[in-house]
Write a protein that binds this ligand. Structure first.
Ligand SMILES: *Cc1c(COP(=O)(O)O)cnc(C)c1O
Length: 404
């Protein structure tokens, strides 16, 4: 390896071109700071897209993976293992769930959720209850099934034939859902806060109506909490904030804090439809992944961290409003907890990527969510001085952006 020139240019020579990474290559992270090959320091308001919920190299996570790495790495699902059972037990204690299925990513958690909903309907109501209702701008992953359930045509183009039985409705539209749902609906799936689609929270009215309509039509309510879950909303899961309990919940991203893991949470009666042999994953419940997630959950599921998310939310919103009072670039600052969306005012629409690049030039990581929204998803425990310094960098980025 030592004689290979590891530079960004190498990416274009050896990698499939489905990503277009930035020119900087990060080599080290600590808390909410990241350093690149050249030694430049960045403040991280992105968390690897809402993944590193406890920042980089949290000591509890480092300890967990070091300890587990010397005990047991993998046994397959022909056997169970201690970290997986511990994690499942904790998740059941902490949430509505009575049963857990582990996998390796958000996509797989959604894939399992949707397959379970179909199978449950098949087991209980026969062969005609197949319709899945999903929403425009939704993002549920990149397998052919989840990308078809997602509500963004650009991710589906050219991959057909796509799985069928999926209806897309406008998000937060109670009347449209009332019209579309029927006895043939097996599941209604949405993100309590749409992430990739623009950081759009579901309205409380919509979430309550979805629960009621699912009950009336014997359909399962599936929450995709891959991005907003694991404390990012200020509750362990956002359904707790909405005070509406789903039948199935998909978790990933922050759950592993940077180590790949996904989970599907559900109830005993529903879980029965995933009987022996119906579904599986070689790595699902891997001891290393579960050991790390146990450590993440122990830290996040505490009043200090969850209340800290709400406190940091207010710090961010206040700082961002101050910036916006001066520059007027945003028409709306929205979101829940530490998932924030800054919608560009009409004059700057379509230019979210330019503002992200302006922030990068100030050595600040932020994200887009579509072409019109800048998204912030910092660590849930980002130090207050990093918020202040990061916002100061962001102000300089906004200034450069409006002057460009
Ligand atoms: C990221 C994301 C997914 C997909 O997760 P992967 O780990 O990339 O497969 C699904 N749903 C939501 C809401 C997400 O944000």
């Amino acid at each position: 390896m030592s004689d290979i020139d590891i530079q960004r240019a190498l990416f274009d020579e050896v990698m499939v071109p489905n990503y277009a990474p930035l020119s900087q290559i990060p080599v080290r992270g600590q808390g909410s700071r990241v350093w690149d090959q050249a030694g430049n320091e960045y403040i991280d308001f992105a968390s690897g897209i809402a993944v590193t919920a406890l920042g980089h190299c949290h000591p509890k996570m480092v300890q967990a993976i070091q300890e587990q790495s010397q005990k047991l790495w993998h046994v397959s699902n022909l056997l169970t293992n201690e970290p997986a059972l511990q994690l499942a037990h904790k998740l059941c204690q902490a949430t509505f769930a009575q049963r857990v299925f582990f996998c390796n990513s958000g996509t797989e958690a959604l894939e399992a959720s949707l397959k379970l909903a179909r199978r449950y309907a098949y087991d209980h109501y026969g062969d005609n209850k197949k319709q899945i209702i999903a929403f425009r701008q939704a993002f549920h992953g990149r397998s052919l099934f989840t990308v078809s359930v997602g509500g963004q045509a650009k991710y589906q183009e050219g991959f057909g034939p796509l799985p069928g039985g999926i209806t897309h409705l406008p998000f937060n539209d109670v009347a449209a859902l009332e019209d579309a749902i029927s006895s043939q609906t097996c599941a209604v799936v949405f993100e309590p806060v749409q992430g990739e689609g623009g950081v759009t929270p579901a309205t409380r009215e919509f979430v309550k109506a979805a629960r009621k309509l699912c009950d009336q039509n014997h359909a399962l309510l599936v929450f995709d909490e891959v991005q907003i879950g694991m404390g990012r909303s200020g509750h362990l899961y956002a359904y707790m904030d909405y005070d509406v309990v789903p039948d199935i919940l998909a978790s990933a991203k922050g759950l592993g804090g940077g180590f790949p893991i996904g989970a599907m949470l559900t109830m005993t009666d529903i879980a029965k439809s995933m009987s022996v042999g119906t579904h599986g994953s070689t790595y699902g419940g891997n001891p290393l992944a579960c050991a790390v997630a146990n450590a993440v959950l122990d830290v996040i599921h505490t009043p200090q961290v969850l209340e800290g998310v709400v406190h940091r939310h207010h710090m961010f919103v206040k700082g961002l409003q101050k910036i916006n009072a001066q520059y007027g670039v945003f028409s709306e600052i929205r979101g829940l907890g530490l998932l924030l969306g800054l919608e560009l005012a009409p004059k700057w629409q379509g230019r979210a990527r330019d503002l992200v690049n302006a922030a990068l030039a100030q050595r600040l990581f932020v994200l887009v969510a579509g072409t019109d929204v800048v998204r912030l998803a910092p660590s849930l425990i980002i130090p207050e001085e990093d918020i202040e310094q990061g916002l100061a960098l962001f102000e300089q980025a906004v200034q450069a952006f409006v002057e460009s």
